[in-house]
Design a protein around this ligand. Sequence first.
Ligand SMILES: [Zn+2]
Length: 140
Amino acid sequence: MNIKKSDGIYNVESMSKKGTFYTVDAIKKTCSCPGFLFYARRKGDVCKHVKAVLEYIANLEYNTKDVTKKNAYSIKNKKNSDGKKTKKEKEITEEDILNYIRKNNEVDAIELIEKYNEELINRMIKQGTIIEIKGKIKIV
Ligand SMILES: [Zn+2]
């Protein structure tokens, strides 16, 4: 979808009427299209233009702010695309994970899963090598 931004207001091109732009306020989550004014708003919903803008903003933040997440994302994608584990994941051992937790005392579970191999971490939790308490991973 064609999206242009000016002063926090986004102009989104209509899918059915090329050259027609609707005004989307990403903060108020409103749109000037008939679909929003006559339909979505009454149901407390948003139209596809608001959704497109919110997605667009989320992607921008994702791509610029969080480099770590982006890397984890590309590794996951690689894994999904060929259905096999990446070389990096194969090389990870339980000792690597333990060393990392030792160094930090406790580690955020999400961070650890993104950094290392989720299957391996789950196995270590089941084995009782490490423990998860309120989203933090610690060594037992
Ligand atoms: Zn709309």
